[in-house]
Write a protein that binds this ligand. Structure first.
Ligand code: LIP
Length: 266
């Protein structure tokens, strides 16, 4: 496994797909489908970008597997699975809010690291609106446009700026509302930016102190989780028995992540 090659592929494809979705955005957004609810939209750009990324990976890494948010699922012979979110922050994309990203992670199987059973060893997240390329490879640090990044210095929880997000179904939102009522009174403020991948990268770059969300998918967190970890973040699930994942995903400086976990699990 050549991690440097995997990282270069992730970076190159994140930028290429990012430029494509930005160009398509300029021509208007075409909603082609919905998933869990009328607000859980799929755009033509989602499908086109995922197809581009998957075809490039199939050409350059033919033995690898691919799992994409929009349905790509191929089984390869190698130990690498590419987990792709072609547009994370799809609603932001629809409203032309410059907080949507292409998220690409080269992963290996790891039954313990995440609920999904996969752990990224190289990843890239690209926001085409701001031309921010976040990337990392295991044990080699996290970067934003070739500058190394790291978490903010830890501060008491009531001085922490914490990001979260909400799902697309009323049932999930009721659950998330309970969590919000537990956290909001105890922190500096909450930010709902609309992209888990971007939340994790902003945490890595020191622009957030913490992040938590219930209900995100492996393609939402795969790439950003490595970038946040390489910047010094601790990732937690709802308790010690559960790895970070859809059930609960918490990230921050170790003291912040632990404090958020206690609040959320209260
Ligand atoms: C988004 C996540 C975000 C969550 C949104 C949405 P999508 O992913 O990145 O954290 O709060 O509801 O699920 O749907 O834009 O790929």
């Amino acid at each position: 496994m050549n991690t440097s090659q995997l990282l270069e592929t992730a970076k190159t494809l994140a930028i290429e797909a990012g430029k494509l979705i930005l160009e398509m955005r300029g021509q208007g957004v075409s909603i082609t489908d919905t998933k869990s609810s009328v607000n859980d939209i799929v755009t033509k750009a989602d499908a086109v970008a995922e197809k581009l990324i998957a075809s490039r990976i199939a050409a350059t890494h033919p033995d690898d597997s691919i799992l994409g948010e929009e349905g790509t699922s191929t089984k390869g012979k190698s130990e690498i699975t590419w987990i792709i979110d072609p547009i994370d922050g799809t609603v932001n994309y629809l409203y032309n809010i410059p907080a949507y990203c292409v998220s690409i992670a080269a992963c290996v199987k790891d039954a313990n690291a995440f609920e999904s059973g996969y752990r990224a060893v190289a990843s890239a997240v690209y926001n085409p609106s701001t031309e921010e390329l976040f990337y990392a490879s295991e044990n080699s640090g996290a970067f934003l446009n070739n500058e190394q990044i790291q978490l903010r210095e830890p501060t008491p929880l009531n001085e922490n700026l914490v990001a979260t997000g909400f799902g697309y179904t009323q049932e999930r939102r009721q659950e998330q509302l309970v969590l919000l009522t537990r956290v909001l009174p105890s922190v500096r403020d909450i930010r709902r930016i609309g992209s888990a991948a971007y939340d994790l990268c902003l945490l890595a770059a020191g622009r957030l102190d913490g992040y938590f969300e219930k209900g995100i998918k492996p393609w939402d967190w795969a790439a950003g989780a490595l970038i946040a970890t390489e910047a010094g973040a601790l990732l937690l699930g709802i308790d010690e028995a559960n790895a970070p994942g859809e059930k609960m995903f918490i990230a921050g400086h170790p003291q912040t992540a632990s404090a958020l976990q206690k609040l959320i699990a209260a």
